[in-house]
Design a protein around this ligand. Structure first.
Ligand code: OMP
Length: 274
């Protein structure tokens, strides 16, 4: 079985490192001239899949935008996952799950077990019930060749109150990164256990070289730039996946214009791996 880290490394080599977030915001549906209903959700999401899944390495649907339409929205999310993977993109399900261990097992079954209708290549996870509460997800990733991206230094302004808090010498974010370093030990070319670190965090004293990938939201609409990423990540930038949702999605609904926006995004972040 090929690990997620190995598949990601190949995808970056073949397609570049840009990740497109498939986030059907109500405001974007309106910008596209669509109604705020499930038929429009489907039209929006599958147009984005058609445009970008054949050209980018990773797509990241944010589950909340589908959940708000109930079971029919989840049915659209299932198609986003299946059709994106069929077009050759890795799917990073952005659901930011995290709960006590026994419930984490159910989240692992829902998103990381290949027999699930929502089975994805990787999942975003919240470690704020303690990193060990994510063990069932870590085990599922090892069993099924999937990946996990754990919130460490998020792009929102409220994050630091928790993530910069100290327990003695270590910050909370530093402790999360240590767990990831341990989970990725010995993996090559890169581990399957990533961190979420925003392009907007300014600077950090944390060591981001933990042999794992970095999901980097905050690029584009939230103001983060390639220069910010080079400064913040240093040598760890080679495993960075800059992620953009609204900036790319605003290029729709025309498929060619959307695809061009994704290609431009890919070109703009190419130098991170140089
Ligand atoms: O995990 C994420 O993707 C994420 C983490 C974070 O720290 N900040 C953040 O904005 N995100 C997600 O990134 C997307 C926002 O992308 P933009 O529309 O490009 O700002 C949403 O899906 C957020 O949930």
């Amino acid at each position: 079985m090929t690990t997620f880290g190995t598949r990601l490394a190949h995808a970056i080599e073949e397609r570049g490192r840009f990740c497109v977030g498939i986030d059907p915001h109500a405001a974007l549906l309106e910008e596209w001239g669509l109604a705020d209903d499930v038929a429009s959700l489907e039209r929006f999401a599958l147009t984005v899949v058609e445009a970008v899944a054949p050209v980018v390495s990773v797509v990241k649907p944010q589950s909340a935008f589908y959940e708000r339409f109930g079971s029919r929205g989840i049915a659209v999310l299932e198609r986003v996952v299946t059709e994106s993977r069929a077009a050759g993109a890795l799917v990073l399900m952005d659901a930011k799950r995290g709960d006590i261990g026994s419930t984490s097992q159910a989240y692992a079954d829902a998103y990381l077990d290949p027999t699930s209708p929502l089975a994805s290549d990787a999942l975003t996870a919240s470690p704020y019930l303690g990193f060990g509460s994510l063990d069932p997800m870590v085990d599922a990733c090892r069993a099924h060749g999937a990946g996990l991206f754990v919130l460490a230094l998020t792009s929102n302004k409220e994050g630091p109150e928790v993530q910069h808090a100290r327990d003695g010498e270590r910050t909370v974010a530093g402790t999360i990164l240590d767990h990831l370093r341990h989970a990725n030990a010995g993996a090559a070319p890169v581990g399957s256990f990533g961190a979420v670190v925003g392009a907007t965090i300014g600077e950090t004293a944390e060591d981001l070289d933990f042999n794992g990938p970095l999901l980097v939201p905050g690029y584009g609409a939230q103001g983060g730039t390639t220069a910010d990423m080079l400064r913040i990540f240093g040598s760890a930038a080679r495993w960075a996946l800059p992620s953009s949702s609204r900036e790319v999605l605003r290029a729709g609904p025309d498929v060619t214009t959307l695809r061009d926006a994704a290609r431009r995004g890919n070109d703009a972040v190419h130098e991170l791996g140089a």
